[in-house]
Design a protein around this ligand. Structure first.
Ligand SMILES: Cc1ncc(COP(=O)(O)O)c(C=O)c1O
Length: 388
């Protein structure tokens, strides 16, 4: 990996996100309108219009609006308002956090969401890969003993735990989270949890388990914008040690400064009550699409893999593909059929000596954000383009 090359996954997405017949390349939910989001959060149109039109466009407080910080703290047992910094998306939280932590060595599940390794690498950090493996059916898993052994051998200063995981859809087991927390405690390492998809990580609970532990060695970044289909809101947070957050906020003062007050108001309405129709609708759509995908994968003759345990993406393999040419040909057939997916190679998945085709980067990342009715239709288009 060349630390100086540009990020390219987002450019790839931008190329087709507005034009593809079936957009399955995204990692977020079906986009909702401001009205749908506020209505689903219990705000009437009259009240929404009132608040919107009377919101003064001054700077928000530098750390974020107090009631919003309280709502975020409430999702992280042991945290208080002082442990929360509101940011412009999860991306800004990660950027500011890594600029404070400046680790020389970071470990994270591999493959990974690009930002999670690019940011430390741009500061010269080495990356330790903690492997995710797939079985013959394309079901991903993690070997806790292998991870712990690698952590002990490589001694990273920071361990990033992205759960639910982009791109494999894994939800890391509480026992693994505990084991890594214990290792970090003993080794004096810091744990960073990227919980961008936390609202879609449990079948029964709105909020899945958090990596957050009170103290100075755990940080969590997150948002609801992808889970709820409103990435344009650009809001996120970092939860952790107040002194480190103060350093982040200081830098933020001279860059994005604050999040705009309209966005903060909407975020406050969304998070003040987690048992809301907006969250229920998003979670229902997620469960339906996972069930549709599972049933489809059972019978598909073109592709294989597993529905994600959490989050809105999973890695899908192409049946019978064992080399780069075969991979290209099937991806081209998908594209010709109007199906837009993210090739794993665009996420830099691809171990030349990998034993599984998905490890070698053959296949694609599939997004589950589409409306349930259209999702089933899109999967049929995948079958037509790939079945052998
Ligand atoms: C795991 C993960 N972390 C962080 C981000 C960045 O999120 P945001 O759009 O809030 O900046 C994403 C976006 O897809 C993601 O998947």
């Amino acid at each position: 990996m060349d630390p100086l090359r540009t990020f390219f996954m987002e450019d790839y997405l931008e190329g087709s996100r507005f034009t593809a017949r079936y957009n399955l390349g995204e990692s977020g939910g079906r986009p909702v309108t401001v009205g749908e989001l506020l209505g689903g959060s219990g705000v009437s149109p009259e009240r929404a219009a009132d608040v919107f039109l009377s919101t003064p466009l001054n700077d928000s407080p530098n750390w974020g609006r107090a009631d919003l910080r309280d709502s975020v703290a409430a999702m992280h047992p042991g945290a208080t308002r002082d442990n929360v910094l509101i940011t412009t998306g999860t991306s800004e939280a990660l950027l500011l956090l890594f600029r404070q932590l400046r680790p020389r060595r970071v470990a994270l599940a591999w493959p990974a969401f690009q930002l999670l390794y690019e940011l430390p690498m741009q500061q010269g950090a080495e990356v330790v890969r903690l492997p995710v493996r797939w079985d013959a059916r394309g079901v991903p898993s993690v070997d806790t003993a292998e991870w712990l052994e690698r952590l002990e051998r490589e001694r990273p200063e920071v361990v990033i735990l992205n759960t639910p995981h982009n791109p494999t859809g894994l939800v890391l087991e509480p026992a693994l989270l505990d084991a890594v927390a214990r290792w970090a405690e003993a080794a004096g390492a810091t744990v960073v949890g990227d919980e961008h998809y936390r609202f879609l990580s449990s079948d029964t609970q709105v909020l899945g388990a958090t990596v957050y532990r009170p103290g100075s060695r755990t940080f969590v970044t997150g948002s609801f914008i992808k889970c709820l289909g409103c990435p344009g809101l650009r809001i996120g947070w970092c939860v952790g040690d107040t002194a480190v957050l103060a350093g982040m906020q200081n830098e933020k003062n001279y860059t994005t400064h604050t999040v705009n007050p309209v966005t903060e108001w909407i975020a406050h309405e969304v998070l003040k009550e987690l048992d809301s129709p907006a969250l229920r609708l998003a979670r229902d759509g997620w469960r339906r699409n996972r069930a549709t995908l599972s049933a489809f994968l059972e019978r598909s003759r073109g592709v294989y893999g597993a529905a994600p345990s959490g989050g809105l993406v999973t890695c899908i393999g192409l049946r019978g593909v064992t080399d780069a040419e075969g991979n290209e040909a099937r991806l081209a057939a998908l594209s010709a059929a109007g199906v837009f997916v993210l090739p794993l190679s665009a996420m830099e998945v691809g171990e030349l000596d990998g034993t599984h085709p998905l490890e070698r980067g053959y296949g694609f990342r599939l997004g589950l954000g589409m409306a349930p009715e259209r999702f089933a239709e899109a999967l049929e288009a995948i079958e037509r383009a790939t079945a052998r």
